[in-house]
Design a binder for this molecule. Structure first.
Ligand SMILES: NC(=O)c1ccc[n+]([C@@H]2O[C@H](COP(=O)([O-])OP(=O)(O)OC[C@H]3O[C@@H](n4cnc5c(N)ncnc54)[C@H](OP(=O)(O)O)[C@@H]3O)[C@@H](O)[C@H]2O)c1
Length: 251
Protein backbone atom coordinates (compact mmCIF):
# COMPACT_ATOMS: atom_id res chain seq x y z
CA UNK A 1 0.00 0.00 0.00
CA UNK A 2 1.30 3.52 -0.75
CA UNK A 3 1.14 5.58 2.43
CA UNK A 4 2.22 9.23 2.66
CA UNK A 5 3.25 10.44 6.11
CA UNK A 6 2.98 14.23 6.28
CA UNK A 7 5.47 15.36 8.92
CA UNK A 8 7.30 12.09 8.26
CA UNK A 9 10.62 13.53 9.47
CA UNK A 10 9.36 14.54 12.94
CA UNK A 11 9.33 12.69 16.26
CA UNK A 12 6.16 10.67 15.58
CA UNK A 13 6.51 10.74 11.79
CA UNK A 14 9.94 9.08 11.71
CA UNK A 15 8.74 6.32 14.01
CA UNK A 16 5.54 5.70 12.00
CA UNK A 17 7.46 5.71 8.69
CA UNK A 18 9.90 3.09 10.03
CA UNK A 19 7.08 0.90 11.36
CA UNK A 20 5.12 1.01 8.09
CA UNK A 21 8.22 0.36 5.96
CA UNK A 22 9.09 -2.61 8.19
CA UNK A 23 5.61 -3.99 7.40
CA UNK A 24 6.42 -3.80 3.68
CA UNK A 25 4.45 -0.70 2.67
CA UNK A 26 5.55 1.89 0.12
CA UNK A 27 5.96 4.90 2.42
CA UNK A 28 6.74 8.52 1.54
CA UNK A 29 8.14 10.62 4.40
CA UNK A 30 6.78 14.01 3.36
CA UNK A 31 7.93 17.29 4.90
CA UNK A 32 9.59 20.56 3.86
CA UNK A 33 12.93 18.80 4.37
CA UNK A 34 11.99 16.23 1.71
CA UNK A 35 10.41 18.79 -0.66
CA UNK A 36 6.74 18.49 0.41
CA UNK A 37 5.11 21.50 2.04
CA UNK A 38 1.42 21.59 3.00
CA UNK A 39 1.47 25.37 3.45
CA UNK A 40 2.97 26.30 0.06
CA UNK A 41 1.66 23.07 -1.63
CA UNK A 42 5.18 22.47 -2.99
CA UNK A 43 5.53 18.80 -4.00
CA UNK A 44 2.14 17.88 -2.51
CA UNK A 45 0.26 16.63 -5.61
CA UNK A 46 3.30 14.59 -6.71
CA UNK A 47 3.72 13.00 -3.29
CA UNK A 48 0.03 12.02 -3.09
CA UNK A 49 -0.15 10.52 -6.57
CA UNK A 50 -1.49 6.91 -6.28
CA UNK A 51 -1.49 7.06 -2.46
CA UNK A 52 -4.19 5.06 -0.68
CA UNK A 53 -3.57 6.46 2.81
CA UNK A 54 -2.29 9.76 4.22
CA UNK A 55 -1.12 10.04 7.83
CA UNK A 56 -0.88 13.65 9.00
CA UNK A 57 1.55 14.18 11.88
CA UNK A 58 2.85 17.60 10.85
CA UNK A 59 3.26 20.18 13.57
CA UNK A 60 3.33 23.96 13.51
CA UNK A 61 6.79 25.57 13.68
CA UNK A 62 5.26 28.21 15.99
CA UNK A 63 2.95 27.59 18.98
CA UNK A 64 1.88 31.25 19.16
CA UNK A 65 -1.97 31.35 19.15
CA UNK A 66 -2.53 33.01 15.76
CA UNK A 67 0.35 31.26 13.99
CA UNK A 68 -0.64 27.79 15.14
CA UNK A 69 -4.28 28.30 14.09
CA UNK A 70 -3.18 29.55 10.67
CA UNK A 71 -0.82 26.58 10.29
CA UNK A 72 -3.39 23.86 11.02
CA UNK A 73 -6.13 25.59 8.99
CA UNK A 74 -3.99 26.23 5.92
CA UNK A 75 -2.16 22.91 6.08
CA UNK A 76 -5.43 21.02 6.64
CA UNK A 77 -7.26 22.73 3.77
CA UNK A 78 -4.40 22.26 1.29
CA UNK A 79 -3.78 18.65 2.29
CA UNK A 80 -7.43 17.57 2.21
CA UNK A 81 -7.98 19.26 -1.18
CA UNK A 82 -4.92 17.49 -2.60
CA UNK A 83 -6.16 14.18 -1.16
CA UNK A 84 -9.59 14.64 -2.74
CA UNK A 85 -7.93 15.35 -6.10
CA UNK A 86 -5.69 12.28 -5.78
CA UNK A 87 -8.52 9.98 -4.65
CA UNK A 88 -6.94 9.12 -1.28
CA UNK A 89 -9.19 6.66 0.58
CA UNK A 90 -8.15 7.16 4.21
CA UNK A 91 -6.94 10.25 6.07
CA UNK A 92 -5.38 9.50 9.47
CA UNK A 93 -4.52 12.41 11.73
CA UNK A 94 -2.93 12.77 15.14
CA UNK A 95 -4.66 15.15 17.51
CA UNK A 96 -4.70 15.72 21.25
CA UNK A 97 -7.01 14.34 23.96
CA UNK A 98 -9.06 17.27 25.30
CA UNK A 99 -9.22 19.13 21.98
CA UNK A 100 -12.65 20.77 21.89
CA UNK A 101 -12.98 21.09 25.66
CA UNK A 102 -10.08 23.47 26.40
CA UNK A 103 -11.05 26.62 24.47
CA UNK A 104 -8.55 28.75 26.44
CA UNK A 105 -5.64 26.88 24.86
CA UNK A 106 -4.66 28.41 21.52
CA UNK A 107 -2.92 25.18 20.51
CA UNK A 108 -5.98 23.03 21.24
CA UNK A 109 -8.25 25.53 19.44
CA UNK A 110 -6.03 25.03 16.40
CA UNK A 111 -6.18 21.22 16.69
CA UNK A 112 -9.98 21.51 17.01
CA UNK A 113 -10.06 23.50 13.76
CA UNK A 114 -7.90 20.81 12.10
CA UNK A 115 -10.32 18.10 13.29
CA UNK A 116 -13.30 20.10 12.00
CA UNK A 117 -11.80 20.33 8.50
CA UNK A 118 -11.20 16.57 8.45
CA UNK A 119 -14.76 15.74 9.57
CA UNK A 120 -16.23 18.08 6.93
CA UNK A 121 -13.97 16.89 4.09
CA UNK A 122 -15.95 13.83 3.00
CA UNK A 123 -12.73 11.78 2.93
CA UNK A 124 -12.92 8.61 5.06
CA UNK A 125 -10.86 9.35 8.17
CA UNK A 126 -9.54 8.24 11.52
CA UNK A 127 -8.53 10.78 14.17
CA UNK A 128 -6.24 9.52 16.91
CA UNK A 129 -6.26 11.77 19.98
CA UNK A 130 -3.19 11.17 22.15
CA UNK A 131 -2.28 12.57 25.54
CA UNK A 132 0.96 14.49 26.18
CA UNK A 133 4.15 12.70 25.12
CA UNK A 134 6.79 11.92 27.76
CA UNK A 135 9.19 13.60 25.30
CA UNK A 136 7.21 16.82 25.91
CA UNK A 137 8.10 16.82 29.66
CA UNK A 138 10.83 19.40 29.35
CA UNK A 139 8.59 21.76 27.36
CA UNK A 140 5.79 21.36 29.93
CA UNK A 141 8.14 22.16 32.80
CA UNK A 142 9.91 25.06 31.09
CA UNK A 143 6.59 26.62 30.04
CA UNK A 144 5.63 26.76 33.74
CA UNK A 145 8.69 28.75 34.87
CA UNK A 146 7.84 31.59 37.24
CA UNK A 147 11.08 33.28 38.23
CA UNK A 148 13.16 30.72 40.12
CA UNK A 149 10.32 28.20 40.61
CA UNK A 150 8.06 26.11 38.42
CA UNK A 151 4.35 26.55 39.00
CA UNK A 152 2.10 23.76 37.68
CA UNK A 153 -1.46 22.59 38.10
CA UNK A 154 -1.97 19.53 40.35
CA UNK A 155 -4.67 18.33 37.92
CA UNK A 156 -4.33 14.72 36.80
CA UNK A 157 -3.19 13.98 33.27
CA UNK A 158 -2.13 10.71 31.62
CA UNK A 159 1.05 11.17 29.54
CA UNK A 160 2.37 8.55 27.12
CA UNK A 161 5.58 7.52 25.35
CA UNK A 162 5.66 8.74 21.74
CA UNK A 163 6.74 5.24 20.70
CA UNK A 164 3.44 3.86 22.05
CA UNK A 165 1.48 6.55 20.15
CA UNK A 166 3.37 5.69 16.96
CA UNK A 167 2.52 1.99 17.32
CA UNK A 168 -1.22 2.75 17.49
CA UNK A 169 -1.00 5.22 14.61
CA UNK A 170 0.77 2.71 12.35
CA UNK A 171 -1.89 0.15 13.25
CA UNK A 172 -4.75 2.55 12.42
CA UNK A 173 -3.10 3.57 9.14
CA UNK A 174 -3.38 0.06 7.71
CA UNK A 175 -6.90 -0.54 9.05
CA UNK A 176 -10.29 0.56 7.75
CA UNK A 177 -11.30 4.19 8.35
CA UNK A 178 -13.12 4.58 11.69
CA UNK A 179 -14.83 7.82 10.59
CA UNK A 180 -14.50 8.86 14.20
CA UNK A 181 -12.01 9.39 17.00
CA UNK A 182 -9.84 6.89 18.83
CA UNK A 183 -8.12 7.91 22.08
CA UNK A 184 -4.77 6.71 23.39
CA UNK A 185 -3.20 7.49 26.76
CA UNK A 186 -0.39 6.35 29.01
CA UNK A 187 -0.82 3.60 31.60
CA UNK A 188 -1.01 5.91 34.65
CA UNK A 189 -2.59 9.20 35.66
CA UNK A 190 -0.36 11.60 37.58
CA UNK A 191 -0.81 15.17 38.88
CA UNK A 192 1.07 17.51 36.54
CA UNK A 193 3.10 19.06 39.39
CA UNK A 194 4.21 15.59 40.58
CA UNK A 195 5.20 14.68 37.01
CA UNK A 196 7.36 17.82 36.84
CA UNK A 197 8.96 17.01 40.22
CA UNK A 198 9.73 13.47 39.06
CA UNK A 199 11.24 14.75 35.80
CA UNK A 200 13.40 17.41 37.49
CA UNK A 201 14.56 15.01 40.24
CA UNK A 202 15.59 12.53 37.59
CA UNK A 203 17.68 15.23 35.89
CA UNK A 204 19.20 16.26 39.25
CA UNK A 205 17.54 19.68 38.94
CA UNK A 206 16.76 21.07 42.41
CA UNK A 207 14.37 23.85 41.36
CA UNK A 208 11.19 23.95 43.41
CA UNK A 209 7.86 22.91 41.88
CA UNK A 210 4.78 24.59 43.33
CA UNK A 211 1.30 23.09 42.94
CA UNK A 212 -1.04 25.88 41.89
CA UNK A 213 -4.62 25.06 40.86
CA UNK A 214 -4.74 28.30 38.85
CA UNK A 215 -1.48 27.70 36.95
CA UNK A 216 -2.27 27.58 33.26
CA UNK A 217 -1.13 24.87 30.86
CA UNK A 218 -0.50 26.63 27.52
CA UNK A 219 -3.36 29.01 28.35
CA UNK A 220 -5.81 26.52 29.88
CA UNK A 221 -6.74 26.18 33.55
CA UNK A 222 -6.97 22.45 34.21
CA UNK A 223 -9.11 20.04 36.19
CA UNK A 224 -8.78 16.25 36.36
CA UNK A 225 -10.89 15.85 33.20
CA UNK A 226 -9.28 18.51 30.99
CA UNK A 227 -6.50 16.40 29.46
CA UNK A 228 -7.57 12.83 30.25
CA UNK A 229 -9.63 10.58 27.97
CA UNK A 230 -13.31 10.51 28.85
CA UNK A 231 -14.05 7.25 27.05
CA UNK A 232 -12.28 3.89 26.96
CA UNK A 233 -8.85 4.76 25.51
CA UNK A 234 -6.24 2.41 24.17
CA UNK A 235 -3.40 2.39 26.72
CA UNK A 236 0.30 2.60 25.90
CA UNK A 237 2.26 0.12 28.04
CA UNK A 238 5.33 2.25 28.89
CA UNK A 239 5.49 3.78 32.40
CA UNK A 240 7.13 7.19 32.86
CA UNK A 241 9.80 5.96 35.28
CA UNK A 242 10.77 3.15 32.89
CA UNK A 243 10.89 5.62 30.00
CA UNK A 244 13.13 7.95 32.04
CA UNK A 245 15.47 5.07 32.86
CA UNK A 246 15.56 3.94 29.23
CA UNK A 247 16.24 7.45 27.91
CA UNK A 248 19.06 7.88 30.44
CA UNK A 249 20.53 4.54 29.32
CA UNK A 250 20.31 5.64 25.66
CA UNK A 251 22.05 8.96 26.48
N1 LIG B 1 3.66 16.88 21.90
C1 LIG B 1 2.63 16.22 22.42
O1 LIG B 1 2.64 15.92 23.62
C2 LIG B 1 1.47 15.80 21.52
C3 LIG B 1 0.39 15.12 22.10
C4 LIG B 1 -0.65 14.69 21.26
C5 LIG B 1 -0.59 14.95 19.90
N2 LIG B 1 0.46 15.64 19.36
C6 LIG B 1 0.49 15.88 17.90
O2 LIG B 1 1.51 15.08 17.33
C7 LIG B 1 1.82 15.59 16.04
C8 LIG B 1 3.29 15.37 15.73
O3 LIG B 1 4.09 15.97 16.71
P1 LIG B 1 5.67 15.75 16.72
O4 LIG B 1 6.12 16.08 18.12
O5 LIG B 1 6.02 14.46 16.10
O6 LIG B 1 6.13 16.96 15.76
P2 LIG B 1 7.63 17.36 15.35
O7 LIG B 1 8.63 16.39 15.86
O8 LIG B 1 7.78 18.81 15.72
O9 LIG B 1 7.60 17.22 13.76
C9 LIG B 1 6.84 18.10 13.01
C10 LIG B 1 6.84 17.62 11.56
O10 LIG B 1 5.99 18.51 10.83
C11 LIG B 1 6.67 18.83 9.64
N3 LIG B 1 6.20 20.09 9.07
C12 LIG B 1 6.33 21.34 9.56
N4 LIG B 1 5.83 22.24 8.69
C13 LIG B 1 5.34 21.52 7.64
C14 LIG B 1 4.73 21.87 6.42
N5 LIG B 1 4.49 23.15 6.08
N6 LIG B 1 4.38 20.88 5.55
C15 LIG B 1 4.61 19.58 5.87
N7 LIG B 1 5.20 19.19 7.01
C16 LIG B 1 5.56 20.15 7.88
C17 LIG B 1 8.13 18.89 10.03
O11 LIG B 1 8.95 18.81 8.87
P3 LIG B 1 10.49 19.31 8.79
O12 LIG B 1 11.28 18.32 9.64
O13 LIG B 1 10.82 19.24 7.35
O14 LIG B 1 10.50 20.70 9.35
C18 LIG B 1 8.22 17.64 10.90
O15 LIG B 1 8.36 16.49 10.09
C19 LIG B 1 1.33 17.05 16.03
O16 LIG B 1 0.25 17.18 15.13
C20 LIG B 1 0.83 17.28 17.47
O17 LIG B 1 -0.30 18.11 17.50
C21 LIG B 1 1.48 16.06 20.14
Amino acid sequence: MKIVVIGGTGLIGTNVVNRLRASGHDVVAASPNTGVNTITREGLAEALSNAQVVVDVANSPSFEDKAVLEFFQTSGRNLLAAEAAAGVGHHVALSVVGTGRNPDSGYLRAKDAQEGLIKASGIPYTILQATQFFEFANAIVQSSADGEVFRLSPALFQPIASNDVSAVLADLAVGAPVNGTVEVAGPESIPMDAFARQFLAFKGDKHQVIADTRARYFGAELNDKSLRPLGQPRLGPTRFEDWLAASAARA
